[in-house]
Structures are given as C-alpha cells and as structure tokens.
Ligand binder design. Structure first.
Ligand SMILES: NC(=O)c1ccc[n+]([C@@H]2O[C@H](COP(=O)([O-])OP(=O)(O)OC[C@H]3O[C@@H](n4cnc5c(N)ncnc54)[C@H](O)[C@@H]3O)[C@@H](O)[C@H]2O)c1
Length: 291
C-alpha cells in the first residue's frame, strides 16, 4: 500500500504508548481511532489530550487551528469492531503479552479491511510471532516507537521474512509523515536495535544496585553526567514501567530457561509491591506530586 492511501489509523491500546502514538497520528493529520478494552484507560487518555493540546497552544508550539484539527481527528473506542471498520493502518500497543497480542491480531485480521497493514509496537516480540495467526502475513510488521512517543524521534521498523517490501516501505513512510526518524531492520532479532543496547546497560545497572555497589540515584547520576544520556536507567525504567521490565525478563527466561534471564530481585520486589514507576506514583523514585 502506498503511504498516501493511509487515511485512517487505528491504535489498539491507550496506555503509556498507545495514547501518545494516537495523538501523534492525529496531529499529523490522520483520522485516528484509539481503542482500549479499559474504560478507565480511555478516560485517562482523553484527559491527557484535553490538557496536552491547550498546553502546546499556550506555549506557542501549536496553533489553535492545529490543536482543534488534532482533537477532531482523534476518537476513542472501547469496541474494537467499530474502531477497526475503516482502518488502513493499525498500530497495536496492548500489554506486552504474546498470547494477548496473538488474540488481538486474530481479531484485527477478521475486523479490518483486507488492505490494512497490521503493525505491532511490541518492544520485543518479532512480528512473525503474530503474522502467522493472520491471513495477511505480507501486511504485518513491527513498528516500534519510543517513550514518550510524542517526543522521541526514533521508530524501528522491522521487516520480517513474511513482510512484503511494500509494507515495510509504507511503515517507514508513515513514520516519516508522523515527524519521526525511522530505521529499518532487514532481519528479525529479539529486542531490535535500541533495546538490545539498552538491555546491556540496564542489566549492569541492576547488578550494581543489587550487589550494593551504589544507589539507584548515583548510578543514574553517573550515566547522565559521564555518558551524556538524558536520564539514567532507573529513571527510565520508572518512565517505561517496571511491570514492563518484569514481563520482558520473564518472557526471555521462559524462552531461554536460563536463570540469568530472570528479572533481577529488585525488579521482582517492585513488581510484586505494585511499585511500577510513574504510572503508580512510585518506582525507584516517588512521584507524589506527579513530577
Ligand atoms: N512503555 C514503554 O516505554 C514502551 C516503549 C515502546 C514500546 N512499548 C510497547 O508498547 C506496548 C504497550 O506498552 P505500554 O507501556 O503502553 O503498556 P500499558 O500497560 O501502559 O498499556 C497497555 C494497554 O493495553 C490495553 N489492553 C489490554 N488488552 C487489550 C485488548 N484486548 N484490547 C484493547 N486494549 C487492551 C490495556 O488496557 C492498557 O491500557 C507493549 O507491547 C510494549 O512492549 C512500550
């Protein structure tokens, strides 16, 4: 499909990533349907949009007209059938669980128009794990955004062995239309580019914390002030969600059976306590005042 044929985008999942990907699409002029099975999550996403757009206008970053147009472009749904009916391009951003994603892809394949491309924003699952439950494997690929999706420029597009060149090209072109700087992976590889590199850093940071070498604050400070990263690995985990870190490590452990791949003791403790980072008000840091 040519990128110019993409008029309506469906984003499935209105969580951490989905609500911002939806708004990025709406701001770029696409009719955008954002669908989540949780009404609470949809309300949160709508509230975000209602405060984000006027905030950008007040800061002079967006015109009043552009804000109005974006708000008009974006609709929220709890019913996937309604949301999927006219989609040309789908970005799936539901919880990082393979069975759930497979189920969602099965439904999307049934509900979306035949020409629609189905992309997953999964952080780790390659799209061949999802393509095989659909009747349109050539139109399935990874399109991996970074958090916060409205800000971060990188998008990793992964062309699986099943993905047609046309689909990969459309995903790359769409990312550019969203104002992103996409990179194309010609092969599927667990963790893609960025998360493979980040995983090595995070793993070492957790080892240094778990063995009492330094505090989370000092490890973050060293990474920021010596390596020039905008934030350290612990603040980043708070932002992306410690529950996500837990699920990713568990998934890797299930795959490899290697105890080294189990989540670190600190991550397990925080996961069990429900201290998942910013989204729960507490992770490695506290977010009492939402800052
Ligand atoms: N958090 C990050 O920093 C980050 C970055 C890049 C990619 N990702 C990926 O994006 C995806 C979403 O991550 P997130 O952090 O936004 O998770 P999240 O937990 O914040 O949001 C997931 C959303 O999916 C919804 N959901 C679950 N089942 C659903 C269904 N059947 N239909 C519709 N909605 C459903 C949940 O209600 C929830 O709102 C994951 O695949 C993750 O790996 C996350």
């Amino acid at each position: 499909m040519d990128v110019n044929q993409i008029k309506r985008i469906l984003v499935v999942g209105a969580g951490n990533m989905g609500h911002q990907i939806s708004l990025a699409c709406a701001l770029a002029g696409f009719k955008t349907n954002c669908c989540d099975s949780s009404k609470t999550q949809l309300k949160k996403a709508e509230a975000f949009v209602q405060s984000y757009l006027p905030g950008r206008v007040a800061k002079g970053k967006l015109t009043e007209e552009a804000a109005k147009a974006a708000a008009k472009n974006l609709r929220f749904y709890s019913n996937l059938e309604e949301a999927a009916a006219e989609a040309d391009f789908v970005i799936e951003a539901v919880t990082e669980k393979l069975d759930l994603k497979r189920e969602v892809f099965k439904q999307l394949d049934r509900l979306c128009p035949k020409h629609a491309i189905l992309a997953t924003n999964s952080s780790f699952f390659v799209s061949s794990l999802l393509a095989r439950v659909t009747e349109r494997p050539g139109q399935v690929c990874n399109m991996h955004f970074f958090n916060p999706a409205l800000v971060m420029k990188c998008v990793e597009v992964v062309q699986g062995p099943h993905t047609s060149a046309e689909t990969a090209a459309a995903a790359m072109a769409l990312a550019k239309k969203l104002g992103k700087v996409p990179v194309l992976l010609h092969k599927e590889i667990y963790g893609f580019l960025v998360n493979r590199i980040l995983a090595r850093i995070t793993e070492e940071a957790l080892f240094l914390l778990d063995t009492g070498v330094a505090s989370a604050e000092d490890i973050d400070s060293a990474v920021v002030n010596a390596l020039g990263h905008p934030m350290g690995p612990f603040r980043l985990m708070d932002l992306t969600g410690i529950d996500l870190s837990y699920h990713i490590s568990m998934e890797r452990y299930r795959r490899t059976g290697d105890p080294k791949d189990k989540p670190s003791p600190t991550v397990v403790e925080k996961y069990v306590k429900g201290e998942w980072g910013r989204k729960t008000g507490r992770g490695f840091y506290r977010y009492d005042d939402d800052k």
